[in-house]
Ligand binder design. Structure first.
Ligand SMILES: NC(=O)C1=CN([C@@H]2O[C@H](COP(=O)(O)OP(=O)(O)OC[C@H]3O[C@@H](n4cnc5c(N)ncnc54)[C@H](O)[C@@H]3O)[C@@H](O)[C@H]2O)C=CC1
Ligand SMILES: O=C(O)[C@H]1O[C@H](OP(=O)(O)OP(=O)(O)OC[C@H]2O[C@@H](n3ccc(=O)[nH]c3=O)[C@H](O)[C@@H]2O)[C@H](O)[C@@H](O)[C@@H]1O
Length: 417
């Protein structure tokens, strides 16, 4: 928003995070965002606070993008952080303004928060709520924010629509879809459900390919030429993780159940199960290469983040596999270019290497679990010179099997003969 020329104040209750941001340091790894942060701090368009009073006095438009994680032991989303924001912000809102929800929420949340906002704000109905779901991908956050595919505005009045059109005007010619609250909330749940389904579809095909000795990589390439199907999000492998797709499909099922529409989304349970089965299959393949047991076996794991170009380890398939193998007796050493600090905090029982070669040193089996470019570019001869056995499982179908086999590696992958 500052990059677009607006005066921006960022608020978080995490004081350490705010301190770092004030110093121009990113608390997460996100390509390109550090430069944008520092440029706009220097230009004086961007500042940070932990004070709701200050934020309320400052803003004409308040974007709310706190977390909506999965509740412990349940599928449903925990929306209490959003309630906390409304309860902290609203009492300070004594003039006309727009509060805009961006978090991913169960349908019905926006209307409930809109009512609460008007009830708690001194300015009453002069304070309005809009819902404007976020579609960016981690690792591409800056690009996706400045060049969105579309903008969805869930609004209750023409005034709110006008304000948000003005806000997004500097982005140029982007399709804008104006809806009511529930449709806007559902667009987001539907988009992530579709993406998760596409990944699990190709991973289901990978399971069949494994049984039939066929090649899912060639199969997906052949499918991708059909423009109705398309090739994006059709990479078979270890499946989806992260802080969004897994929890969002579960929250969507839970909400549909509350609305009496649970039958409509039972297929998402399959999508979730297919996804989790890939992790189990990966562990089985690794154990097979280890000779039937992990005891006495050293396993080098390449990747800890849930995807490349991110240090996010929330529900990371790579770490899930690493932890499971460790629990089954394997000596696991993990390396990731940026997610090691987060991984170490979450799983101190694992060992961590200082490089890909360090993690693979002495390994009986190497597992490629997050497709960082530097792993794709590894020289099979160089890696081969540090391992005990030249055995690798490519969990992301990212390597060229012929090149690795030619270098004497026993190469295995998910969904390929
Ligand atoms: N991470 C992503 O790429 C995307 C996330 N989303 C959605 O956006 C929302 C946020 O996701 P993330 O950024 O990943 O979550 P996150 O958990 O990384 O960040 C949330 C931030 O909110 C702060 N916070 C918590 N309570 C607060 C309060 N009362 N007042 C002020 N700040 C508070 C936390 O300290 C934290 O810094 C979720 O609903 C998610 O589903 C949507 C699209 C993309
Ligand atoms: O709601 C959200 O938070 C976001 O969730 C996803 O974005 P993100 O989680 O950052 O990452 P993706 O690129 O979607 O990847 C998700 C997972 O799927 C896996 N994946 C992706 C694509 C594919 O073909 N195969 C596959 O296994 C990735 O490895 C990763 O673990 C969506 O792509 C965003 O549009 C959405 O805004």
């Amino acid at each position: 928003m500052a990059e677009l020329g607006f005066e921006v104040m960022g608020l978080d209750i995490d004081e350490a995070k705010i301190e770092r941001l004030r110093r121009g340091e990113l608390p997460i790894h996100e390509p390109g965002l550090g430069e944008v942060l520092r440029r706009n701090l220097d230009a004086g368009r961007l500042r940070f606070t932990t004070s709701y009073e200050e934020a309320a006095a400052f803003g004409d438009v308040h974007f709310v993008c706190v977390g909506t994680p999965q509740k412990k032991g349940e599928n449903a989303a925990d929306v209490s952080y959003l309630d906390a924001v409304v309860e902290s912000l609203a009492p300070h809102l004594d003039r006309e303004c727009l509060v805009v929800g961006k978090s991913t929420v169960p349908v019905g949340t926006a209307q409930r928060l809109a009512d609460k906002l008007v009830r708690l704000a001194p300015a009453g109905a002069q304070v309005e709520l809009a819902w404007n779901p976020e579609f960016l991908r981690e690792g591409f956050a800056v690009h996706d924010t400045l060049h969105p595919d579309r903008i969805v505005l869930g609004v209750a009045s023409e005034k709110a629509e006008k304000v948000l059109r003005e806000v997004y005007e500097p982005l140029g010619d982007v399709p804008i879809i104006v809806t009511d609250y529930p449709t806007a909330e559902l667009v987001k749940s539907a988009a992530n459900a579709f993406l998760a389904t596409k990944i699990s579809f190709i991973n289901a095909m990978a399971e069949v390919c494994e049984a039939a000795h066929a090649d899912v990589k060639l199969l997906s390439t052949a499918l991708s030429y059909d423009e109705r199907i398309g090739g994006r999000f059709l990479n078979a492998g270890l499946g989806f993780g992260g802080g969004c797709l897994p929890k969002d499909i579960r929250a969507f099922m839970a909400r549909a159940g509350e609305l009496g529409a649970d039958q409509a989304l039972t297929f998402l349970r399959e999508v979730d199960e297919i996804n989790m089965r890939r992790r189990a299959r990966m562990v089985d393949l690794a154990r097979e290469l280890a000779g039937g047991s992990f005891h006495g076996c050293t396993v080098g794991v390449l990747g800890a983040a849930f995807k490349p170009n991110s240090d996010d380890i929330r529900d990371s398939p790579a770490l899930d596999v690493a932890v499971t193998i460790g629990r089954q007796g394997g000596r696991v050493t993990v390396y990731d270019p940026v997610a090691l600090d987060n991984a170490r905090k979450a799983h101190p029982q694992l060992s961590y290497g200082t490089s890909a070669l360090d993690a693979a040193r002495g390994a009986h089996v190497v597992l490629l679990l997050t497709e960082w470019q530097e792993f794709i570019e590894l020289d099979p001869e160089v890696l081969g010179s540090v391992v005990s056995d030249r055995k690798i499982v490519d969990g992301r179908n990212a390597l060229d099997p012929e090149v690795w086999r030619a270098a004497g590696w026993h190469y295995r992958a998910l969904g390929r003969p």
